[in-house]
Write a protein that binds this ligand. Structure first.
Ligand code: NAI
Length: 485
């Protein structure tokens, strides 16, 4: 950063004085801004560079946060329309004011934007607006949107530039008919027919939003299952429940062509040798994200990438170039905000000379459909593939008192425990509130706990968390509220 030019006794201005940072973080998503906060807490002289208008990255601006706002609003609508009457609440003529729903979502995002800005100030982080390019180790040039360039110097650089949606070569994004998640969060009316390519987290969440708000949603998935990476039994159950909610699934469907004419699309796919055709007002392509480092200049200073264009790092987030680190979606591992956050904290602690560490066995993945699908650690199938002898404990929410009171009985909890030691290796939950319930299992995994540890822990009654305890007890086939014999 440049300080004000200083005046000599004669009144001449001396040269701009270059201020050197301890760390410059490039990218202000959850990885970058959390790293900046930790750096501020540890007293490092910190800068954060962001090319977009607002701080917060994909998660805050066009990802996790706006999607959860719309998921909550659309879930409320379904409750009012389909569930309220069961509770004796009669609401006639419920309808959606989409403009208002979108306004609320935008307000949520803005509130967070200003929260992050304040956090940067209170942690004494200097923020720069513009595209950062690494010109040499320890040197970052920043080009603002108006074209001005300035260079800053630093001892360390942390690359936290995130990811971008993958584009299909035969279905390029046009932002209107063929869209990514960014535009699918901004529809001003529910498309009559929405085709979603890819039944992963993005497709299932946004497919759910628009299905709830009245679209006819067709999901096309290349694999024979939805929600790859999650427990297969729970994923299949989720698919059945989403189908009952009105979504149509075609698995093993290979999309080959998407043509757009007059603002409408025809999507052609093959499924078991059969040709399928779907017409759509909108096509959401949600087939994954790619690491993003366009314009960063990392290759020019010798930073190595792997075959998937991810920046290569060691266990301490160090690239092969001295003083350059990388975290989050731009390196290997699940593309999850909380994984990036933890890497950001660990990386800064390492830079500050402390012991930073991330336990990748204790990072949960969550899909925020209704019910939500959450999982941490090994699945039953993955344990088998790895030749690990495991015992499984399951418990259905149908047998949980609180779920019954709330009429929220769909789903189950499933534990995967080491057969010899009883240590919990994985936990999987399908339930309306699975995203909150999984936290208990994450903590127990972090502490190396066993199913017996959870089974012997008193859980308040009546709560959904009792189903977590019951599933843990059922590793020993001793759940209390179901018959095991
Ligand atoms: P994804 O990798 O989770 O799922 C993409 C799906 O598309 C896969 O099932 C894949 O088999 C399928 N696919 C790929 N090519 C296809 C084709 N040509 N035709 C049909 N299907 C095809 O990717 P997604 O959902 O786009 O999410 C991207 C990243 O963002 C993921 O890493 C995800 O974990 C993360 N994310 C996390 C969220 C959360 O934590 N709730 C929410 C949204 C995204």
């Amino acid at each position: 950063m440049h300080r004000r030019p200083e005046e000599t006794a004669a009144g001449f201005l001396t040269e701009w004085v270059m201020e050197k940072f301890d760390v410059v973080i490039i990218g202000s998503g959850p990885g970058g801004y959390i790293a900046a906060i930790r750096a501020g807490q540890l007293g490092l002289k910190t800068a954060l560079v962001e090319k977009d208008k607002e701080l917060g990255g994909t998660c805050l601006n066009v990802g996790c946060i706006p999607s959860k706002a719309l998921l909550t609003s659309s879930d409320h609508f379904v409750f009012v329309k389909k569930e309220a009457a069961k509770h004796g609440i009669v609401i006639d003529g419920a309808r959606v004011d989409l403009a208002k729903m979108q306004e609320r979502k935008d307000r949520v995002v803005k509130t967070f934007n200003s929260g992050v800005r304040t956090l940067m100030k209170t942690n004494k982080v200097t923020t720069f607006a513009g595209l950062a390019t690494i010109t040499a180790p320890g040197k970052v040039s920043i080009k603002s949107s108006s074209g001005e360039t300035q260079e800053i110097e630093t001892k360390n650089i942390v690359i936290a530039t995130g990811s971008a949606p993958v584009e299909l070569p035969f279905a390029k994004f046009d932002g209107k008919t063929i869209v990514s998640s960014t535009e699918a969060l901004e529809f001003t009316e529910a498309p009559k027919k929405l085709v979603v390519i890819g039944a992963g987290a993005v497709g299932l969440e946004l497919g759910s939003v628009w299905n709830r708000l009245g679209s006819e949603v067709t999901m096309l998935e290349f694999l024979p299952r939805i929600a790859l990476g999650f427990d297969l039994e729970l994923s299949n159950l989720l698919q059945r429940l989403l189908t009952a909610q009105g979504m149509t699934f075609h698995l093993d469907a290979k999309v080959s062509v998407v043509t757009v004419e007059g603002g409408r699309a025809i999507v052609a796919a093959t499924k078991g040798g059969e040709e399928l055709k779907f017409d759509a007002d909108k096509v959401l392509v949600s087939v994954g994200r790619r690491p993003f480092s366009d314009g960063l200049g990392a290759e020019k200073v010798g930073v190595e990438f792997d075959e998937k264009k991810r920046i290569k790092v060691d266990k301490h987030f160090r690239t092969n170039v001295e003083g350059i680190y990388a975290i989050g979606d731009v390196i290997a591992g699940p593309m999850l905000a909380h994984k990036a956050e933890d890497e950001g904290i660990a990386c800064i602690e390492i830079i500050a000379g402390n012991a930073g560490h991330v336990n990748y066995d204790a990072i949960a993945g969550i899909i925020y459909t209704n019910p939500e699908l959450a999982g941490v650690g090994l699945t039953e199938d993955r344990a088998k593939e790895q030749g690990i002898d495991v015992r499984i404990g399951k418990f259905p929410f149908r047998a949980n008192s609180r779920a019954l009171c709330s009429d929220d009985v769909e789903g189950m909890v499933k534990f995967v425990a080491d057969a010899k030691t009883d240590r919990i290796l994985g936990a999987h939950i399908l339930h309306h509130f699975a995203s909150e319930l999984i936290a208990e299992a994450v903590s127990v995994i972090e502490f190396g706990g066993s199913s017996e540890d959870i089974g012997r822990t008193c859980h308040s009654h009546p709560t959904l968390s009792e189903a977590v305890r019951e599933a843990a007890l059922n590793v020993e086939k001793r759940a209390l509220h179901i018959m095991n014999r």
